[in-house]
Structure formats: structure tokens, C-alpha cells
Design a protein around this ligand. Structure first.
Ligand code: TPP
Ligand code: MG
Length: 321
């Protein structure tokens, strides 16, 4: 793994995260789910894949988007309420629209992977989801289909300790990665704040999938340092001591310490900071000049022939706007 590149991407993901929260507070975004603390898990996992491997994100995957090189203005437009699931090039970046319906996209990933297998493609799919999503029936259905059809898919569960206000211990009494055995697939637990460990575990899962040996369920142990979203006050359900304790294991600090121990000097970190800030400045400028699409478009792109009730609503919205 190129550790310097990994650090630069993790830093960019962190600065993007901070900026997006500020943009929300300034009224430029409707809501935003901070990802702070999960940078190693998201960046290193994407770095372990090929550019043509397909990513299925949930709503907290801007670290993965940064690592894949997705247009970040387009990505944030989803949080501005300006476009469905993002306005980036889904096909070109092999990065699916953001899935907000918890657990739904595990099935999309399995279907995609089964399709590629039928087409004899050698790409793999990775799907990002939280520990909370594993309580949805969709997750079990996805694990089961993937196992039976040996689908080339990596289930990448980020166990960040919380599902809004529900702690992981109230979510499940077992360990998520161990469920893999019951579905006849490989399972692994990894320290999600250790970029190199994440990289190795995803690289291994990807080679397994590529050689036709089926799916892997990876449980990356990490921590959501921020609130669930900008609409959430996490002080109401967890202690500041807990957060402070976990902040001591910040994956970005860890990566920096690793590089420093290897002799990387201060000028590298300064340049990385400058580069991240420049990119963020461009994202802010791009986002705030973007005009909102016509409201009627919210009715488009789902039905080839919209049902009459929707057609009526579309006409009403058209008259109002
Ligand atoms: C089907 C569905 N049910 C409920 C919600 C509301 N909801 C949004 S995020 C969330 C918690 C998900 O927690 P987890 O899977 O651990 O992911 P995290 O937010 O920690 O990244 C819930 C219940 C939703 N978006 N979709
Ligand atoms: Mg969670």
C-alpha cells in the first residue's frame, strides 16, 4: 500500500467532512452525516481495489468517494437536496448512488456481482454498511444469495459503535463477522482504524472473489467520532468520556505517526494539508454556485409511465414553481 497516498486521501476526507458540517450549519446543505473516525476503513478499503471494481456506498461513505476520485461537488449535491443520490458519474467512477434506505444496497451489490459472474467479468463489488444495517432482513438475504451463488462481493461492515442512538451491544448479542460461517462464506474482523490491516484484508477478499471463491464479510471495528448527522445531538445518549477515549485512537493520527516513524518529514504533512485545503476550497466554491434543478424533476427517472396520481402531483408542482 502506498502509505503516503493513503494519508493524503485520509486527510482530504477529514477536511471534506469538517467542511461539509460547516456548509450545513451555514444553510448550504440540508443535512450531513459526519464520517470522522472512519477514514482508514473507507480510504484503505478502496485503495485495495481496482478502479473498475464496483462500490455500493451508504450515506456515510465520503471517505470512499474521495479515494475513488468521485467529483465531490456532485457527491455533496445529494446532501443539498439537489439531486437523487448524488450528481457524479455513477458509471464512470463505478460508484453507485448513495443509498439512504439502511441495508437495501447489500442486495444491489449481490445482484450486480451475480450479473458480472454470468458475464464472466473479473470485477468485484464492495458494499459499505454499518453494524445497524445487519439487523435488516435485507442483510441476511444478501449474505445468503451471495453464498449460494458464490458472488464476487465484499461485504464491508463498518462497526462504528452506534446506529444513531443505539449502541452496538443493543444491536446484536453476537459478533457480526461470525455470521459469515452460517452462510458458508468467509468472514474476518479487522481493526478498522489501522489502514494497512484494512488494505490487506480487502485485498485478500478481492483476490478470493476474483478467482471465483466467493464473497467475504469483513467487520471493520472503528468508531463514529461525530454525531449521527447534523440533525442529531449525540450528547443525549453517550458520554463525552467515551468519545474522548476513542478520539485517542484517531486513525488519521495513527497514520501520521506511522509515517513519522518511517522518517517522513514535516514538509510532506504541510504539503498534504495545503493540497487538502485547496481541494476543499474548490468544492465549496463549486457547490455554492450550483443552481438547484427544477422541482418537478423529483418525479422523473423512476417510472417509464408514471401512475396517474404521480402525474397529477407533478403537474401541481409544475404550476407552483
Ligand atoms: C430502512 C431504514 N430504516 C431506518 C432508517 C433510519 N436510519 C438512518 S441511519 C440509521 C442507523 C444506521 O446505523 P448503522 O447501520 O450502524 O450505520 P451508521 O449510521 O452507523 O453509519 C437508521 C436507523 C433508514 N434510513 N432506513
Ligand atoms: Mg453504526
Amino acid at each position: 500500500m502506498d502509505e503516503r497516498r493513503c494519508y493524503r486521501l485520509m486527510l482530504l476526507a477529514r477536511r471534506l467532512d469538517e467542511e461539509a458540517v460547516r456548509l450545513q450549519r451555514q444553510g448550504e446543505l440540508v443535512a450531513f452525516p459526519p464520517m470522522q473516525g472512519q477514514e482508514a476503513a473507507e480510504v484503505a478499503s478502496v485503495m485495495a481495489l481496482r478502479e473498475t471494481d464496483q462500490i455500493f456506498p451508504s450515506y456515510r461513505e465520503h471517505g470512499a468517494a474521495v479515494a475513488r476520485g468521485v467529483d465531490l461537488v456532485g457527491y455533496l449535491l445529494a446532501y443539498r437536496g439537489a439531486w437523487n443520490g448524488g450528481a457524479y458519474d455513477f458509471a464512470g467512477h463505478h460508484f453507485a448512488p448513495i443509498a439512504s434506505a439502511v441495508g437495501s444496497h447489500l442486495l444491489h451489490a449481490v445482484g450486480w456481482a451475480m450479473g458480472r459472474r454470468l458475464d464472466s467479468g473479473d470485477e468485484v463489488a464492495i458494499v459499505f454498511f454499518g453494524e445497524g444495517a445487519t439487523s435488516e432482513g435485507d442483510a441476511s438475504e444478501a449474505f445468503n444469495f451471495a453464498g449460494v451463488y458464490r458472488a464476487p462481493v465484499i461485504f464491508f461492515c463498518q462497526n462504528n459503535g452506534w446506529a444513531i442512538s443505539v449502541p452496538a451491544a443493543r444491536q446484536t448479542a453476537g459478533e457480526i463477522w461470525r455470521r459469515a460461517a452460517g452462510f458458508g462464506i468467509e468472514g474476518a474482523r479487522v481493526d478498522g482504524n489501522d489502514a494497512r490491516a484494512v488494505y490487506e484484508s480487502v485485498a485478500e477478499a478481492a483476490s478470493r472473489a476474483r478467482r471465483g471463491d466467493g464473497p467475504t464479510l469483513i467487520e471493520a471495528m472503528t468508531y463514529r467520532l461525530g454525531a449521527h448527522s447534523t440533525a442529531d445531538d449525540d450528547r443525549r445518549y453517550r458520554s463525552s468520556e467515551e468519545v474522548a477515549e476513542r478520539r485517542a485512537d484517531d486513525p488519521l493520527d495513527r497514520m501520521r505517526a506511522t509515517l513519522e516513524a518511517e522518517g517522513v518529514d514535516a514538509s510532506f504533512f504541510e504539503a498534504a494539508e495545503l493540497e487538502a485545503r485547496e481541494t476543499i476550497g474548490r468544492v465549496r466554491a463549486g457547490l455554492t454556485v450550483t443552481s438547484d434543478p427544477p422541482a418537478v424533476e423529483m418525479f422523473d427517472f423512476v417510472y417509464a409511465a408514471p401512475p396517474p396520481a404521480l402525474a397529477r402531483q407533478r403537474a401541481e408542482v409544475g404550476e407552483l414553481s
